[in-house]
Ligand binder design. Structure first.
Ligand code: FAE
Length: 526
């Protein structure tokens, strides 16, 4: 390929609505696969998860041209199917040689830009989604609105009435939240794990609740009748769902693309950000292939920048840029971080003589134990599926606890990695709650703490819900504009101060809706 052909191909790959400078240059070694390309875009959003997708839709509807840079793959466009839990394939892990599920990682993999990633820290492992749609691609779809009293405690400055009457209902509508039919739940063998979980919880004196989800339960009923291809009933979830789940690519991002104002560049990983003298931003970006190799080094300029790279992604970009080029940051960035009280536990010998929790299990959780109002042991416990293709007579629970002792995220310039001030002290109370829960369940129903799943039966280091570090109204103004910046906004889970008491994406969507509405109203993107 000669230079002329290359420029043509590159130009075709770039959307027409932002300016491509003629500053297209080859890398120093004139290697065709190492090019530098400079692109100007009015508004760039980093990350296509909940914060990024909501921001994109509302800006596009307001007539703004938006470019999303997403490091993960556009799975739908790629045509590559998601793999399931029993046969992990390309989508199972982000550039790893082995699977990275919370337990039982017996499968080898060919490194590929998969949909699920795990970030390992000294005392905590954090799972995140990679791909167009962010966490919505890999998560369990549990769409839970926080308790109003806790929301008020966490966000005393926000108008709770407006949130419960407007932003939360709006979030649920856009996300296509629905609830399982009780008769289907009662009859379907794939939900034995939920029925057993609820019966046992009641016997132990706990209250249970039905949990809404973005998975289309009408579709699931058709799956069960074999009228459509199976997804939730075919062990698909944390490596992506091929059908049924209303992930962001089917909701917010689709609507935003339909306006004609949104461009998404996948496999574009933002390396660092620089603030220019005129308060605009320059982004160093690596375009990668599906083996993770850099195939082009690009530079993007924008007047307005939204960071929606998820709690850990946003903190990494801010702190790394600060260390690398003096990017302005206040000290409180990294503070008020938490794991949303995530604490996994389980029980073995659950109904061993009557089929346990079921050989076949839907991957979509629909039930939970609500012990939040207990003064001594407040927690919510998701009755989680464990579809292992055989009866292991084991119940799995993800507890969500209060986070009264927060952590702090920092950047280590020597290792060029994030570190988190987080250890057993931070999870002590969560462990006490898990112990209380398991003991009470076992006393009423039989069973033991699950040594099969976790060391000593507890998984304090498993975190699906990292939150905080760039807290609304602390590290930012009341609507997410980062302190010390005129044109940079943080809109993702890092705005929530470490805890929200339930699975967080409905809250992330509602908070982003609130922020972006006000930012647009204040002409921040004019
Ligand atoms: P997120 O959705 O993580 O999106 C960030 C995006 O930015 C990702 O697509 C990244 O690839 C991309 N990115 C990061 N760094 C860069 C970079 N340098 N350059 C370009 N792109 C970048 O952020 N929550 C619930 O409410 N209910 C559930 O049932 C639930 N289940 C979960 C199950 C699993 C296995 C996991 C991992 C999470 C689960 N969550 C659940 C959590 C939920 O998915 C998470 O809170 C949200 O996805 C966070 O949304 P953000 O917008 O903050």
């Amino acid at each position: 390929m000669n230079r002329k052909e290359f420029i043509k191909i590159t130009l075709l790959g770039i959307s027409s609505f932002y300016f491509l400078s003629n500053n297209l240059v080859y890398g120093s070694q004139a290697k065709i696969n190492k090019v530098q390309e400079i692109v100007d875009a009015p508004i760039i959003i980093v990350g296509s998860g909940y914060g990024g997708a909501v921001s994109a839709l509302r800006l596009c509807e307001a007539g703004k041209k938006v470019l999303i840079l997403e490091m993960g793959l556009n799975w739908e466009k790629s045509g590559i199917p998601f793999s399931n839990l029993l046969k992990p394939g390309k989508s199972a892990a982000w550039l790893k040689k082995k699977t990275i599920a919370p337990f039982m990682n017996l499968f080898s993999l060919q490194p590929f830009t998969g949909a699920l990633d795990r970030l390992d820290f000294e005392h905590i492992n954090i799972w995140v989604g990679r791909g167009v749609g962010g966490g919505s691609i890999v998560n369990g779809g549990m769409a839970v609105t926080p308790k109003e009293s806790y929301f008020k405690e966490i966000f005393p400055q926000l108008d709770a009435e407006k949130f419960y009457n407007f932003y939360f209902p709006l979030a649920r509508k856009e996300l296509k939240v629905n609830v399982i039919n009780e008769q289907f739940l009662h009859d379907c063998p794939y939900y034995k794990f939920t029925r057993v979980g609820e019966e046992e919880a009641h016997k132990a004196g706990f209250k249970t609740i039905r949990v809404p989800n973005v998975y289309d339960f009408n579709y699931m009923e058709k799956e069960f009748k074999n009228e459509v291809p199976r997804s939730a009933l075919n062990t698909e979830v944390i490596y992506g769902n091929n059908h049924g789940k209303n992930s962001l690519d089917k909701t917010y991002l689709k609507k935003a693309l339909d306006t004609g104002n949104l461009e998404i560049l996948d496999l574009h990983c933002v390396d660092s950000i620089q603030m220019n003298e005129d308060k605009s931003y320059t982004l160093q970006v690596n375009q990668i292939n599906t083996s993770g190799e850099t195939i082009a080094e690009k530079v993007f300029h924008c007047k307005k920048l939204i960071l929606s790279a998820g709690t850990m992604g946003t903190l990494y970009l801010l702190m790394k840029s600060n260390a690398k080029n003096g990017f302005p940051l206040e000290k409180n960035v990294g503070e008020n971080w938490g794991n949303n009280g995530n604490f996994m536990t389980g029980r073995n010998w659950v109904r061993p003589l009557s089929g346990g929790t079921g050989v076949q299990q839907s991957t979509i959780p629909v039930g939970g134990v609500d012990n939040w109002d207990d003064k001594e042991h407040p927690f919510f416990a998701e009755i989680a599926p464990l579809p292992m293709g055989m009866d292991v007579a084991t119940a799995l629970y993800l507890l969500i606890n209060r986070v009264d002792k927060k952590g702090k995220v920092s950047y280590n310039t020597a290792t060029q990695k994030l570190t988190i001030d987080w250890n057993e002290n931070h999870t002590e109370k969560m462990r006490a709650n898990a112990d209380y829960f398991i003991k009470k369940m076992n006393r009423a129903n039989g069973g033991t703490r699950s040594h099969f799943l976790f060391k000593n039966g507890f998984g304090p280091n498993i975190c699906y819900h990292p939150l905080g570090g760039c807290v609304l109204g602390e590290a930012t103004n009341p609507y997410g504009k980062l302190n010390n910046h005129e044109n940079l906004f943080v809109l993702d889970g890092s705005l929530i101060p470490g805890t929200i008491g339930v699975n967080p994406f409905v809250t992330i969507v509602a908070i982003t809706e609130y922020c972006i509405e006000n930012l647009i109203r204040q002409n921040e993107f004019a």
